[in-house]
Ligand binder design. Structure first.
Ligand code: PLP
Length: 407
């Protein structure tokens, strides 16, 4: 099945505008995707018809809001094939999900000298929480090095595994390079040493089918806003047996069973980890984003994006001075590059003058940029609503930009 691009583009209101006098081309999807009308309408409908606090109300609106909220949890469970609804915890985003695991699991189960393994291509969200834990507990952060093409060095990864490895926390697909890591094999290898596995699925969940049971990861994190859902909302999946052993992350309403001034008993999962009034409207609207992806089908989305990526790489390789950063065999639709001798920010500004939105800079992966000896890159990242015609316009602009430098 191929995609009806005109219909799809019609569902995303934001795409239909001019920027700097040119039709907008939105190639910053790895930062955040645009929202279809069904998601926008769900947000507005919630506030117009259903707004109420959830879980503890004895009235119709509260019941309705609670039901819709919990329906999203069930939809997320099915979306990533978790076993049970209560393994799905709503957070602010991937960042908070990883922080929750580091703070709760890390504090309880990790000890001085234990090792946490991450890769050289991690987002700061999968570096800093572990560094903070290391500071506090005397655990040690170990880094899996990568090849020049942006793939992990398997032999080095294997050498780093030992009985000291307590956590492998790895990005499923890199936001800065596009590399899809061989997570199935990595999980198998790390499990042999008894490690707990966290996958940062911020960039993979919109492109690749996710089956947490088949992957056999212990934690899986992602952000709603990167898959057509609202900002400020994320998911932490955790295996029930592990979540039950973990202490709460924050204290407050919702997460308690009973409170006295002497002692508090905690609620069951997932509520134990959802202190305070949650992001109700966004959770409810997120179900529409999941339905949107399910209706199109991830394989169809991926095929379209792969086609765009291949087409772009072919065209950009013809530009004198084009330097790709990240040429792994398996990639999501992210292309990072530099134009010889030009600052990525300048390239981004010139593209913006032509209505083309890309991201420039270190993409929250400063150690990765240091690994490549660069300050940053220009990053174009594609989604289901992007077209070949848009790519032609970007290539045309970049050809002109590169000529300025080569003059
Ligand atoms: N991990 C990766 C790979 C990402 O790309 C991002 C966002 O760009 C994050 C983590 C953090 O996501 P959020 O800012 O939604 O918490």
């Amino acid at each position: 099945m191929s995609l009806d691009l005109e219909k799809i583009r019609g569902e995303f209101p934001v795409l239909h505008q001019e920027v700097n006098g040119k039709p907008l081309i939105y190639f910053d999807n790895a930062a955040t995707t645009q929202k279809p009308k069904s998601v926008i309408d769900a947000l507005s409908n919630y506030y117009q018809l259903d707004n109420s606090n959830i879980h503890r109300g004895a009235h119709t609106l509260a019941d309705r809001a609670t039901r819709y909220f919990e329906e999203t949890r069930t939809a997320v469970k099915a979306f990533i094939n978790a076993k049970e609804d209560n393994e799905i915890i709503f957070t602010k985003g991937t960042t908070e999900s990883i922080n929750l695991v580091a703070a709760s699991y890390g504090k309880k189960f990790l000890n001085q000298g234990d090792e946490i393994l991450i890769s050289a291509m991690e987002h700061h969200a999968n570096i800093v929480p572990w560094q903070m834990l290391c500071e506090e507990k005397g655990t040690v952060l170990k880094i899996i090095p990568i090849h020049d093409n942006g793939e992990i060095i398997w032999e080095e990864f294997e050498k780093l595994l030992s009985e000291r490895t307590k956590i492998l926390s790895i990005v499923h697909a890199s936001n800065a390079l596009g590399t899809i890591n061989p997570v199935r094999e990595m999980i198998k290898a790390a499990k042999k040493w008894g490690a707990i596995i966290l996958l940062d699925g911020a960039q993979s969940t919109s492109h690749l089918p996710i089956d947490v049971q088949e992957l056999d990861c212990d934690f899986f994190c992602f952000s709603a806003h990167k898959l057509f859902g609202p900002t400020g909302l994320g998911v932490l999946y955790g295996k029930r047996t592990i979540l039950e052993e973990m202490p709460p992350y924050q204290g407050g309403g919702e997460m308690i069973k009973e409170v006295t001034f002497e002692k508090t008993t905690f609620n069951e999962i997932p509520f134990k980890f959802e202190a305070g009034t949650p992001n109700i409207a966004d959770v409810i609207a997120f179900k529409k984003a999941i339905e949107y992806i399910n209706e199109l089908g991830k394989p169809v989305i991926k095929k379209h994006e792969d086609g765009l990526l291949e087409y772009t790489v072919g065209k950009l390789n013809e530009i004198k001075g084009f330097i790709p950063v990240g040429t792994a065999q398996e990639k999501v639709s992210v292309i990072s590059f530099n134009i010889n001798g030009m600052h990525p920010f300048d390239v981004g500004m010139m593209l913006d003058a032509n209505g083309i939105a890309v991201r420039t800079g270190h993409h929250c992966t400063q150690p990765l940029m240091q690994r490549f000896g660069i300050e940053g890159t220009v990053r174009a990242s594609f989604s289901v609503y992007n077209t070949q015609t848009e790519i032609d316009r970007m290539v045309e602009s970049l050809t002109k930009i590169a000529k300025i430098k080569n003059r």
